[in-house]
Design a protein around this ligand. Structure first.
Ligand code: GLN
Ligand code: ZN
Length: 765
């Protein structure tokens, strides 16, 4: 019988059981045995599902209470030394202290897992790091799976990826110096797995999908021979992109098979079909582990048949990557439109797809004829659905001309007219958009959603919030005001709910980090804006003040990046459709008299492909999408954009090409280091480097912010500088927000005096 398997499963549970259990445990309302019970229950459910789908293996070792990379560090006995924990007796309490910080130690740093929205904790290594002597949790879970009587495949993050994703805590320390002892620690783990009767280990090396520097490629040649000694069979597992470029080296590694992501890297199969070593298995990752569409089973089988003929039992069938990145089950979705529902497959449903593919290869397509017919019918219904394909949207996109993505005049001309209109002081102060989402706001939104209050009453409550926000900003003396985003639960959902082509699930949660989950919208069809989305709010807010009110929109790239995107057309076309909808909103805001419009693109950088050679084409279309959304604005309308969460220096030319009049960016955590890049590159337009970190309740002093502004003035000509926090303030409370903004405004005043640019400023542009 052919081998079917999966690389990992969501561990949050169908009703986010893990979240509620973790949070109860952290609040001290549940004890450890309760939490362990929930963990066992979730693992049992996941294995039941895998058994029901008749998978050849149960996957074990992918469960984590917080994060799989942290688990790996615990298993290797190398949690950050600064916590001073006893590594062999690491308790669950210690484990959470690593993840969330303790009284005297900040939490481990968190960063994105490749190009996903999942965040892992970054292991910390130094010359004194030793491996070995971790807790037994991992082996306990392997045993738990083995007791079920089905063959178990153990899942581990591989040594090179682990090392690559770690950081050195001492400057200049080359973590590759730890490769040898790390590989030996892995060898011990593998030997122990072999003693428990494990025959296959899935060893994840997604780092192979990056552009690896030569010394990191060599690390594979150095580490794997150390592992190979007394290990079970190793399935070298790659995902998120192709590893074709390294195939000729990979085949020399002492492993027994390779897993390929044939969704992200479909063309690599040609190369692998001819180079696969005689004794290796080939695990074909054909079902998309990153998206929620049902697979076109007939098409997949057509591509699998030749491989099956060639490799027979050596061909394994799997999803492209771990199913961690998709929601758990469609069974909990009662409100989705029936057609959209029928086109989707979440983790549970993907198991069934793997089962069907496996049976078709084993026993012929006739054995699963009805399943395949059903799959064909659903593909057809999706292709032909009138809401998926909207003639008007298609025609409009086809008619987009190059000049639609260009402002009428260059920045130098626009800014003069904007200054004339807005009459701002030098170093103008503003905020990024959202103000504290108080309990009061959340309960109004909740009551409205549950239809406990009328639309009119809801509107009144939101307007009251806007009024308070405006009054507070006036009292603080800010220069460009915002309405505060009280009506928005989430910056993508708010727009998606008003656009055609979007669907929302009730329970389509995906883990972001720890207990945090996100529920991305699903873009299934052509995007169309039936009516204005923010104009009433912006107009009302502007009516309350003489100061300029900034309209607040989410940009096309961010909307795309934080949604599950349709896979039946290139992503860029979907981005352009969203851009046209935002473009219409910009035009309507402008007509309503709004003179400053911010189009947020916090996720702009995270959409970058893993491999550098694909950057240019992404940046081209992403910049185009942004410009398409912004460029209809008249010269005197000031377009802002905002970006955060990332390192921008390597994409500065693209950021400049977006041609926003003002960009506000997150910089304060790096003490403005980031700004140096903008200075060296001579970023041409105006820029507001965040002067304080909104992620912490700490109120920074005026002195502190003045010093940051001084630094900024040294890098960017002061006449092009803005003063603002790092990001939106929605997660903060009002007291600290007001205190911090008061100091910020004060810092701006001090700087203005010092620079003696109290008169309207001349332009260097
Ligand atoms: N305007 C949004 C806010 O202020 C921007 C959020 C973000 O950058 N993630 O909340
Ligand atoms: Zn931000």
């Amino acid at each position: 019988m052919g081998t079917t398997h999966i690389l990992g499963y969501p561990r949050i549970g169908p009703g986010r059981e893990i979240k509620f259990a973790l949070e109860a445990f952290w609040r001290g309302e549940a004890d450890e045995s309760y939490l362990q019970g929930v963990g066992r229950g979730l693992r049992a459910r996941n294995w039941d599902k895998q058994s029901e789908a008749g998978l050849r293996f149960l996957g074990a070792g992918d469960f984590a209470f917080y994060d799989q990379v942290l688990n790996m560090a615990a298993l290797l006995g190398c949690p950050p030394r600064r916590f001073g924990f006893d590594t062999d007796r690491l308790s669950l309490k210690d484990y959470f202290a690593l993840a969330r910080g303790s009284a005297d130690q900040p939490a481990m740093e968190m960063t994105k897992w490749f190009d996903t929205n999942y965040h892992y904790l970054v292991p910390e290594l130094d010359p004194l790091t030793r491996f070995g002597g971790g807790p037994d949790w991992y082996f306990d879970q392997i045993r738990e799976a083995q007791l079920r009587g089905t063959a178990v495949k153990a899942i581990l993050i591989g040594p090179v990826t682990f090392l690559y994703l770690s950081k050195a805590t001492e400057p200049g320390f080359d973590r590759l110096r730890l490769l040898r002892p790390l590989a030996e620690a892995y060898a011990r783990l593998l030997e122990r797995l072999q003693q428990t009767g494990i025959q296959w280990v899935q060893i994840d090396e997604p780092a192979l999908c990056l552009d690896l520097p030569p010394e990191w490629l060599d690390a594979f040649d150095r580490a794997y021979p150390v592992l190979a000694g007394r290990a079970p069979n190793l399935l070298l597992t790659t995902y998120f992109d192709s590893v074709e470029a390294y195939a000729d080296r990979i085949v020399r590694l002492p492993v027994q098979g390779i897993h390929l992501d044939l969704v992200r890297g479909p063309s690599q199969i040609k190369k692998w079909a001819t180079t696969l070593p005689q004794d290796w298995v080939l695990s074909a990752g054909v079902v998309d582990g990153r998206n929620i569409w049902r697979a076109d089973l007939r098409r997949l089988l057509a591509s699998l048949h030749p491989l099956h003929e060639k490799f027979q039992d050596r061909l394994w069938i799997a999803p492209s990557c771990s199913l961690l990145h998709v929601p758990v089950s469609l069974e909990n979705e009662q409100k989705l439109a029936a057609d959209v529902h029928s086109w989707l497959a979440f983790a549970d449903q993907k198991l069934d797809e793997i089962r069907i593919l496996g049976s078709a290869l084993d026993s012929g397509e006739n054995a699963v004829a009805s399943e395949l017919d059903h799959s064909d019918a659903l593909q057809k219904s999706r292709r032909e659905n009138a809401r998926v394909s909207n003639e008007w949207v298609r025609k409009r996109l086809a008619d987009v001309s190059a000049d639609m993505a260009k402002r009428a005049n260059p920045f130098g001309a626009r800014i003069l007219k904007q200054r004339d209109r807005l009459k701002l002081p030098p170093l103008p102060t503003t905020t990024i958009g959202s103000f504290p989402q108080t309990q009061q706001i959340r309960s109004a939104r909740g009551a409205y959603k549950r239809r406990e209050i009328s639309a009119l009453e809801y509107l009144e409550r939101i307007r009251a919030e806007i009024r308070t926000a405006v009054e507070r900003q006036e009292a603080l003396g800010l220069d460009v005001l915002v309405h505060g985003e009280a009506e928005r639960n989430d910056m993508v959902e708010y727009f998606g709910e008003q656009l055609w082509g979007f669907a929302f699930t009730e329970n389509g949660w995906v883990q972001s980090y720890g207990s945090r989950c996100v529920k991305p919208p699903i873009i299934y069809g052509d995007v169309y804006r039936p009516e204005p989305m923010t104009v009433d709010t912006a107009r009302y807010a502007q009516s309350l003040t003489e100061k300029p009110m900034k309209g607040m929109l989410t940009g096309p790239v961010t909307i795309l990046q934080w949604s599950f995107v349709r896979d039946d057309q290139p992503r860029k076309l979907t981005a352009f459709q969203i851009a046209l909808a935002i473009r219409d909103e910009v035009a309507d805001l402008e007509k309503a008299g709004i003179g400053v419009i911010q189009i947020d693109e916090p996720a702009f950088r995270e959409g970058l492909p893993l491999k550098r050679r694909n950057w240019e084409s992404y940046l081209d279309w992403a910049v185009h999408a942004f410009k398409l959304s912004a460029a209809a604005a008249a010269d005197e309308t000031q377009i802002h954009t905002h970006m955060c969460y990332s390192e921008f220096n390597d994409i500065l030319p693209a950021i400049a090409a977006m041609d926003a009049d003002v960009i506000t960016i997150e910089t304060s955590r790096s003490k403005m280091e980031l700004l140096d890049g903008f200075g060296q590159f001579s970023y041409p337009n105006e820029i507001g480097p965040g002067v304080y970190d909104i992620h912490s309740p700490r109120v920074p002093s005026t002195d502190e912010m003045t010093r940051l502004l001084e630094r900024a003035c040294g890098v960017i000509p002061p006449e092009r500088l803005w003063v603002n926090p790092d990001c939106g303030l929605k997660t903060r409370g009002w007291p600290e927000t007001e205190a911090a903004l008061r100091s910020m405004v004060e810092a701006a005043h001090r700087m203005r005096k010092r620079l003696d640019i109290s008169k309207p400023i001349a332009l260097s542009a």
